[in-house]
Design a protein around this ligand. Structure first.
Ligand code: AHR
Length: 654
């Protein structure tokens, strides 16, 4: 098998081509990237039920909390009246009948501690009829792994005092798994608590789980699309994502139920599914998303609600003609001011007061998530209203449209007709159109040429894609090598067509094992381990070996695809290397002879990175390293061995 690489440049590969799509699904935010260890820290959780058009949430303010101690338990009451912040009105009133009684938090599957590591604990408390102190600890089966005494500020006898914020640091004496977080009183009395938090001291910016941030950084992401996904839309207008409620001090961010709490509800389960308590504290809010972008070197790409609740799950919307629709437009303008405005502007001031006087450099905004046009949704009119409002004030902001939930239906064709027609009439009408496709691996192999014939005038954002060899909740097997190779094959076509596909992101990004509503996902994790899937390795290989220009193959890709080999070639400006990417989907090894054009004159050596194995092989938090990239150097510059079922990246020195 042979192919020749021309020294003629094809298309320029945009720097931000490969990016990330973050959605708070699968406990990606609370219980995931947000390093908070305590579940339901502000006593606001809701238990969610329902079906399309009829969702409801029942208060369960004590969820994840229980009394702790031997014998008769202390009394736990979830009350309101004078909260720390009225946006989160409930708090715990705890009464101990004797010394040593306390309460504990289940913290998802229990607290995980690493010996020697430090954890910052903070909470608000108010005392009345209590003259003692508190002990904060992490324990399991009577064994204490970390503890600290906290001296209470005492109110004058018989009076309530104002809320005091307490802070202490726990140091883990040993490793611990599945432990309880406990606060105990050292004598009888009543104390009220709110915003009980425990964060590892090594959390990035005091907010993000360090190991997960490292994984994201490893992908060298060009951009970060956030915060969804369907959570932007909500199951109802009530639980849609409102960015303004996600900024300012965390105590004032109104907790809400997560759209994925009602995933897979049915008559059989009483419209109450496995993750009915999936809530959002918004501890990870828009300020933190922008900060994360800085930390991982990605351009921010926030997505806005356009007055529509999830088109799959709801009939709710605010009509474009309704004066209430203006609030959605205003949210867009204010968001741009929040990100880029001077600290003297109202929203720039909010950002500055949160600790970031410099602008975040927002250049792109997503108008709606996965919206499509129907007579009722009238999405196109919504897009036009946003476009007018935003460009009137901020003509340089680049807007992302939506082509709906698939690339094979009339919804998709209709969307493209709309954007192409409008873009011909108005400059800068749409920077790129967001396409979503979750398909079987076969589709990805068969459509490696998907973008070859795309008209070039409006660009594509492949905003959510993934090969689905299997699906289901909590299914790491769905992330097998076969799926990853299908994605790698498809991406040869994305790279070749990166004059039209200018942004691309796999979806979803994160999944907490045992808490995932959707599989496959790019990165699996639990409280202890982070696991790169084969798809993660594919993304990483693409991002780290992007190249600046494609080199022309003039149709040879098509012939090779017929033989189950998918190739791309590009040139790295800085090093001068030729980068070859090749997928072999065959069950036997293939040898690929490479003829480089004279102008490319290779000297070698060649650095080879390779991902290969059984098509059904997968990684999991229990066994995270079954499939991984191996590396080697070779001297020959004119031949590549492609193992059975493999993705090989070769960097040829010149
Ligand atoms: O990525 C999971 C979901 O898929 C997203 O929330 C939505 O945009 C799409 O339907």
């Amino acid at each position: 098998m042979q192919f020749s690489i021309s020294d003629q440049k094809g298309v320029h590969i945009p720097e931000e081509l490969f990016g990330l799509f973050f959605e708070d699904i699968n406990y990606a935010a609370d219980g995931g990237l947000y390093a908070e260890q305590i579940e339901n820290r502000s006593f606001e959780f809701l238990d969610c039920y329902g079906d399309r058009g009829d969702y409801y949430a029942v208060p369960d303010y004590g969820y994840a909390w229980s009394p702790f101690g031997e014998g008769e338990p202390g009394k736990m009451q979830y009350v309101t009246g004078s909260p720390v912040d009225p946006k989160n009105p409930h708090y715990l009133r705890f009464t101990a009948a004797k010394a040593g009684q306390g309460f504990c938090n289940r913290a998802y599957r229990g607290i995980f501690l690493e010996k020697g590591k430090k954890y910052r604990v903070s909470f608000y408390a108010r005392t009345a009829s209590y003259r003692g102190n508190l002990t904060v600890s992490v324990q399991k089966d009577g064994r204490v792994f970390a503890s600290a005494a906290v001296a209470c500020v005492l109110a004058p006898e018989g009076t309530w005092q104002k809320w005091n914020r307490y802070e202490t640091v726990l140091t883990a004496e040993e490793d611990a798994e599945g432990a309880a977080f406990v606060i105990a009183l050292d004598r009888a009395g009543t104390v009220e608590f709110d915003f009980v938090s425990m964060m590892p001291c090594d959390a990035v910016d005091g907010v993000f789980r360090r190991d997960l941030v490292e994984m994201l950084r490893g992908l060298k992401p060009g951009f970060l699309r956030f915060p969804g996904g369907c959570i932007v839309e909500g199951n109802t207008m009530e639980n849609r994502y409102r960015w303004k409620e996600s900024v300012g001090r965390p105590e004032g961010r109104r907790a809400n139920f997560n759209r994925w709490a009602v995933h897979e509800t049915s008559a059989e389960n009483g419209w109450h599914a496995q993750y009915a308590h999936y809530n959002q504290t918004l501890g990870l809010g828009f300020y933190e998303y922008f900060l994360l972008c800085e930390r991982i070197g990605a351009r921010p790409l926030p997505v806005l609600n356009v007055g529509l609740a999830c088109q799959y799950q709801s009939f709710e919307r605010v009509e474009v003609e309704d004066p209430a629709f203006d609030e959605f437009l205003q949210d867009a303008l204010d968001l741009i001011e929040f990100a880029n405005g001077s600290p003297d502007s109202p929203w720039g001031k909010v950002r500055a007061e949160m600790g970031h006087p410099e602008p975040f450099g927002l250049t792109m905004v997503g108008i709606g998530n996965e919206q499509w046009q129907t007579e009722e949704s009238d999405f196109f009119a919504r897009y036009e209203a946003f476009e007018r409002a935003i460009h009137e004030k901020y003509p340089q902001i680049r807007l992302i449209g939506s082509a709906g939930p698939d690339v094979v239906s009339p919804r998709h064709t209709m969307a493209w007709d709309f954007y192409r027609k409008k873009a011909a009439q108005k400059e800068n009408f749409c920077h790129a159109v967001d396409e979503h496709y979750y398909m079987e691996p076969e589709w990805f192999f068969d459509h490696a040429d998907f973008y070859d014939g795309y008209p070039r005038e409006v660009k594509v954002f492949a905003g959510e894609y993934a090969a689905h060899p299997q699906k289901g909740m909590n299914n790491p097997r769905a992330n097998n090598l076969e799926g990853a190779l299908a994605e790698a094959a498809f991406l040869t076509g994305v790279e070749r067509n990166s004059d039209v596909v200018i942004l691309a992101s796999y979806a979803p990004l994160l999944a907490r094992a045992g808490y995932a509503q959707w599989s496959p996902d790019l990165i699996w994790f639990d409280e202890k381990t982070v696991c790169a899937t084969p798809s993660y390795w594919v993304q990483k290989l693409y991002a780290q070996n992007r190249g600046d220009w494609t080199l022309r193959l003039d149709g040879q890709e098509k012939e090779l695809a017929g033989e189950g080999i998918f190739v791309s070639a590009s040139l790295c400006r800085e090093s001068g290397e030729v980068i070859v990417k090749a997928v072999n989907r065959n069950p036997e090894e293939k040898e690929l002879k490479i003829a480089l054009a004279e102008g490319l004159s290779a000297k070698g050596p060649v650095r080879i990175q390779e991902l290969s194995g059984r098509p059904e092989a997968f990684n999991s938090v229990e066994d995270p390293n079954r499939v991984r990239v191996s590396e080697r150097m070779q001297e020959e510059t004119d031949s590549l061995k492609l193992p059975a079922h493999s993705f090989v990246v070769a960097r040829i020195s010149r």
